[in-house]
Design a protein around this ligand. Sequence first.
Ligand SMILES: NC(=O)C1=CN([C@@H]2O[C@H](COP(=O)(O)OP(=O)(O)OC[C@H]3O[C@@H](n4cnc5c(N)ncnc54)[C@H](OP(=O)(O)O)[C@@H]3O)[C@@H](O)[C@H]2O)C=CC1
Ligand SMILES: CC(C)(CO)C(=O)C(=O)O
Length: 307
Amino acid sequence: MENGGYNVEVVVIGAGSVGMLVASFLSQENNVTLVTRRSEQAEELNRNGLIRKNIDDTISQSSVLAIPEFPPVHTSSLVVVAVKYGQLQSIYPLLTSLPEDTPLLFLQNGLAHFEEVLTLPQKNIAFGSCQFGAQKENDHTVIHRGFGVLKIAIERGDKDLFKLLRQNNEPYFQFEYVSNAEQMLFDKALLNCFINPLTALLKVKNGYLIGHKPTFQILEQLFFELKNAFPDEMSHFNFDDVISLCKKTATNTSSMLTDFINERPSEIETIAGAILKKADKKSINLPTLTTLYYLIKAAEEKRVEKM
Ligand SMILES: NC(=O)C1=CN([C@@H]2O[C@H](COP(=O)(O)OP(=O)(O)OC[C@H]3O[C@@H](n4cnc5c(N)ncnc54)[C@H](OP(=O)(O)O)[C@@H]3O)[C@@H](O)[C@H]2O)C=CC1
Ligand SMILES: CC(C)(CO)C(=O)C(=O)O
């Protein structure tokens, strides 16, 4: 690393909502390569630059190098993985082939990736939890939908290798370090249980859930149910956290609603499915969450049958 963490080589895998937003902010201080799945997206990004529509209505254009295949990665480069949980399987072989010293940061929602990722050979692994909203407008434009920090927990390895994620002069893109990655992912999966299934089923933006009585009542009921099931794990978790995330990301189209709109598989298993499994281990039923889980599964099945 040079200059105490600046001008570091960063490789972001996945040029979707989160990947484009994170690449755009990190490119202000670092050299960023953005790995796309499709070559036409890489061409479009290189032709137009990466456009970010900011919360304060300004527009930023950043230059990242977009490529449709995995670049040679230096040991000192930071690799940020921003694909969906279901897409991780396709890139594990690539990650396995990287130098063991290369630091990896995973930005998925949900819980299922935690143990999988820790079987990779890399010595330096961190997890992130995005508390902001991001929405891809087109293949080279992303909208920052809601101000919130990127929480980071370094699960193993050398903390210094992630230090570029500390030095940041950008007020709208701040990092918060937390010590326990699993707890961080659990907290975020809980938050996603409140927001994602309901927004996807009702086709509403996040803010709608707290602005309408019926949805607000479902949130309250779900909170009561989860708090009873996980009193220790949720001792620091308040209903206000749910309200606050809905407010901060009020105009966002949740990642699960985006999946529904684009008729792609959702992350319901790694989010609600994983929380239900944890409750099941304690022999506790979560009727509200179970219903939301099966409603999402039913909607996905109906879509497949229609095709
Ligand atoms: N959107 C949001 O507001 C938030 C999302 N998250 C979480 O962040 C994670 C990413 O979500 P999000 O950005 O919304 O998802 P998107 O679907 O927008 O982005 C995923 C991207 O990964 C790309 N991709 C898939 N497979 C590969 C591959 N093998 N190599 C390179 N790229 C690949 C896809 O390409 P293609 O387009 O060609 O299919 C797509 O651009 C999820 O776990 C989500 O839950 C967390 C907080 C907020
Ligand atoms: C933060 C939030 C709720 C933003 O919509 C999200 O995690 C998601 O959409 O998956």
